[in-house]
Design a protein around this ligand. Structure first.
Ligand SMILES: C[S@@+](CC[C@H](N)C(=O)[O-])C[C@H]1O[C@@H](n2cnc3c(N)ncnc32)[C@H](O)[C@@H]1O
Length: 116
């Protein structure tokens, strides 16, 4: 357990089945933008097991630093510093990316935010 860091039981429960899919989808080296990174548990797990990816965490400006303690703990060379991204903003203030990942986010956003 990691009592000093934010913790999501859902992340712990679903990170392995999601990784099994990502290993089939993200085969080539790429930069992946994660939308709504939350605690950062997914970022650390996926970047650990998919070292050919550069993982770019992001979250709403009010929440994007929540993942920092997990990133500091993991010290992975393939995770970038988290960036503030409210997906309802246009344009998105993010660097170039090749693919995107998001878990457990769209359904909590008011319509039409997920459309954006
Ligand atoms: C239920 S949490 C899921 C976090 C993480 N992906 C996970 O699976 O545990 C929903 C996340 O969506 C983020 N979020 C909500 N509205 C957002 C928006 N407009 N733009 C970006 N992220 C948003 C929240 O800050 C929160 O981190």
């Amino acid at each position: 357990m990691h009592p000093d860091k934010p913790f999501s039981q859902a992340c712990e429960n679903n990170k392995q089945p999601i990784l099994a899919i990502l290993q089939q989808v993200f085969i080539e080296p790429a930069t992946i933008l994660e939308i709504g990174s939350g605690t950062g548990q997914h970022a650390v797990h996926f970047a650990t097991h998919l070292p050919h990816l550069r993982w770019q965490p992001s979250d709403h400006p009010a929440n994007y630093q929540l993942c920092q303690s997990w990133l500091d703990y993991a010290k992975l060379p393939n995770i970038a510093n988290p960036i503030a991204l409210d997906v309802s903003q246009q344009p998105w203030p993010v660097p170039d990316f090749d693919g995107a990942f998001s878990a457990n986010t769209a359904h909590i956003m008011a319509w039409p935010v997920p459309k954006g």
